[in-house]
Design a protein around this ligand. Structure first.
Ligand code: ADP
Ligand code: MG
Length: 253
């Protein structure tokens, strides 16, 4: 029997009069790739914000590996094993590739980034471990040979992969990718797809929001479709492709 890693039970969030996510139920099985699709403004990024503790749900329950995580602060959720990337690139462009990953990793340590800069005793060993783990994450995204370059000098597709490497450095069990292929050319998308599969092979679970249908259909085990905050369909790629409600939601825009 496959294990559920993430479960949403009747989750709703309202922003003033707007119900951005409306009574959403969902179960993601460990080790799978799940996609979340839907028109702009459907509530996809908000679902990621709910899972990562940026907003607490107005009602409903979110469980990660059986633990109710409603209302947990983002850093605690990272520590439990959920990492994410954002829809828009969030890199420190004047810093090196390696330091961009290490910053993600430092957020989890007692000493913190400032402590690491001050280099007190005991921090050095921790610092070495962080560098090693960060290089491991870069290796998975095939950026280890660029560790010392400035982030701003990477081609666009590699900057987006760097963000995934940063998320990977916190050693997550579940990784949320918000439009990882956006703006990429077909070659960059192909590369990204094979790397996401590599991440899955490492035993991680992947939950991604993506507009490129070919990308989604090729990669996902199951797909959930959101429209105006509501789940309008869920199923395998083949089921979703032929679902009339999905076709209507997309063609209606
Ligand atoms: P998607 O990622 O599917 O394009 P979002 O989740 O970003 O959509 O947004 C869903 C809806 O919720 C939109 O109408 C958006 O304007 C609204 N929304 C998202 N975050 C906030 C917020 N912090 N305050 C008010 N409205 C928000
Ligand atoms: Mg979004």
């Amino acid at each position: 029997m496959s294990k559920t890693i993430l479960e949403m039970d009747n989750v709703t969030i309202r922003f003033g009069g707007l119900t951005a996510v409306d009574s959403v139920d969902m179960k993601i099985e460990e080790g799978t790739i799940r996609a979340l699709i839907g028109p702009n403004g459907a509530g996809k990024s908000t679902i990621f914000n709910l899972i990562t503790g940026i907003y607490p749900p107005s009602s409903g329950e979110i469980r990660f590996r059986g633990t109710l995580i409603n209302g947990y602060k983002p850093h605690l959720i990272t520590e439990l094993g959920i990492a994410r990337t954002f829809q828009n690139i969030r890199l420190f462009s004047e810093m090196t590739v390696l330091d961009n990953v290490k910053i993600g990793r430092h957020c989890r340590t007692k000493a913190g980034f400032l402590g690491a800069l001050l280099r007190g005793p005991g921090v050095k060993a921790e610092e070495r471990a962080i560098t090693e783990e960060s290089m491991e994450a870069l290796k998975i995204l095939e950026l280890d040979h660029k560790a010392d370059e400035l982030a701003k000098n990477l081609p666009y597709g590699e900057q987006r992969r760097l963000e995934i490497a940063r998320a990977m450095a916190s050693n997550p069990k579940l990784i949320l990718l918000d439009e990882p292929a956006a703006g990429m050319n077909p070659q960059e998308k192909q590369t990204l797809m094979s790397m996401i599969r590599k991440i899955q092979d490492k035993g991680l679970t992947i939950f991604l929001v993506e507009h490129d249908m070919k990308f989604v259909m090729n990669l996902s085990d199951r797909i959930m479709v959101l429209d105006y905050g509501r789940k309008i369909a869920a199923g395998s790629p083949a089921e979703i492709k032929s679902n009339p409600a999905v076709i209507a939601a997309y063609l209606g825009k």
